[in-house]
Design a protein around this ligand. Structure first.
Ligand SMILES: [Zn+2]
Length: 410
């Protein structure tokens, strides 16, 4: 079985290399904008779009022309790649069944990136000692830039398929996609568990395990989130004074850094917790978020909107609920890697059904955290009760779909 994996590494370029990377990213941006302008004009004039092949030929002309010859100072592959991306983005925007936003012109410093689609163009050198035995940083080779030092946060395994260099908040990083052969995992069916995504706790398992950032992490996340909002407010004030000012640009960088900080903390938490569950369970039943979001909008935040929820949990909610989708995709990845499975079930009524006797009533939930069955008196933590119901719903679905155990879409 082939396994494709992405590794993100911080680049440590010299000032000269940074200048080159900036310039190459500028060339890519120029090609994108120029080609987007071309295609937009054709659309407006009612002419057919140029194909990627046509655009690639035009790029060759640009690179050898007097006017746009500066493009040839940058590597050609990322420039061709941006044309491919543009071609796809335009067609996706024109797709009537599922239209996406029409591609926009890129401004300097906005999503700067260089994608090297050809693995032969990029070399990774992990040697950490030179001939005299001195320690060296691992390095990576990019055409027309040379060897750039990298920081390895974890070992890179597999053969490089492509690499993308990006600049975010003034920092350069490379994301390397690799491919390698791994043994086909043997399918596993036990143990199984139900998982409830909550507000009071980030997630709760049907065995009672609570998945939640500890107090220290939660406080750090809150602080980072508050800082982010503060920097964003400052940004909008600076925008009013002058969107082109130096102060505005500086503030934009501060916002981007604050955002990165929040995102990194969340990502880290999601990775750790999804690993813990993904490595100990074989089948995890979860609520189908798509259905849940549909039913939730009509019903308030939850089937029984919290009366006793602390004021602060508004912030917690925004910090944590943003991570649900990512958490589930991490978890699914970790489960399937080991032969397990993530199964989505219909979330309807899972929070107000008694996991003991099956009685369904909104009155079973006196508040956000408590479940007390008005019929049989069964009492449990509300999230644990919901997780047990999710596990049961998963079992029920499996029992009524013969042939393909677990192969169902809610
Ligand atoms: Zn009951």
């Amino acid at each position: 079985m082939k396994r494709i994996q992405a590794f993100k590494l911080r680049l440590v370029p010299t000032i000269e290399q940074e200048r080159l990377l900036s310039r190459h990213a500028g060339c890519v941006r120029f090609v994108w904008n120029k080609a987007l302008d071309l295609q937009t004009r054709r659309l407006e004039a009612g002419m057919p779009l140029l194909s990627y092949g046509d655009l690639a030929k035009i790029l060759t002309l640009w690179r050898s022309s007097k006017e746009y010859g500066f493009l040839s100072s940058g590597p050609v592959h990322p420039q061709q790649q941006t044309l491919k991306n543009l071609d796809r983005a335009i067609w996706e925007a024109l797709d009537r069944t599922n239209p996406k936003r029409f591609p926009r012109f890129k401004r300097k410093g906005e999503g700067d990136s260089l994608r090297y689609p050809d693995p032969l163009q990029v070399k990774l050198d992990l040697a950490t000692r030179d001939a005299e035995g001195r320690n060296l940083l691992p390095r990576i080779f990019f055409p027309k830039v040379g060897w750039v030092k990298v920081r390895l946060s974890r070992p890179v395994v597999g053969e490089i398929r492509n690499a993308t260099v990006t600049r975010k908040a003034g920092r350069w990083a490379v994301s390397i996609q690799t491919e390698r052969n791994v043994q086909e995992p043997t399918p596993r069916t036990s143990p199984e568990i139900g998982l409830d995504l909550g507000v009071v706790s980030f997630a709760t398992l049907s065995d009672g395990t609570r998945i939640h950032p500890d107090e220290r992490l939660l406080r750090a996340m809150e602080r980072a989130e508050v800082r982010l909002r503060w920097e964003q407010r400052k940004l909008s004030r600076k925008y009013r004074k002058g969107p082109k000012s130096r102060n505005f640009a500086k503030q934009k960088l501060r916002v981007a850094r604050a955002f990165e900080e929040v995102a990194n903390m969340r990502q880290d938490f999601l990775h750790k917790t999804s690993t813990a569950t993904g490595e100990t369970q074989a089948v995890v039943y979860v609520e189908d978020l798509k259905i849940r979001n549909m039913t939730r909008s009509a019903r308030g935040t939850r089937e029984t909107p919290g009366r006793n929820v602390r004021q602060k949990s508004g912030l917690n909610r925004s910090i944590l609920s943003q991570g649900w989708g990512t958490f589930l995709s991490f978890l699914e990845d970790k489960l399937t890697r080991r032969g397990g499975r993530l199964v989505r079930v219909d979330p309807r009524n899972t929070s107000r059904t008694c996991s003991d006797c099956g009685h369904v009533s909104a009155e079973n939930r006196p508040d956000q955290a408590t479940f007390r069955c008005v019929s049989c008196g069964h009492a449990d933590h509300a999230d644990v009760n919901a997780a047990k119901n999710i596990l049961r719903a998963g079992h029920a679905r499996r029992a009524c779909s013969p042939g393909q155990p677990g192969e169902f879409v809610a």
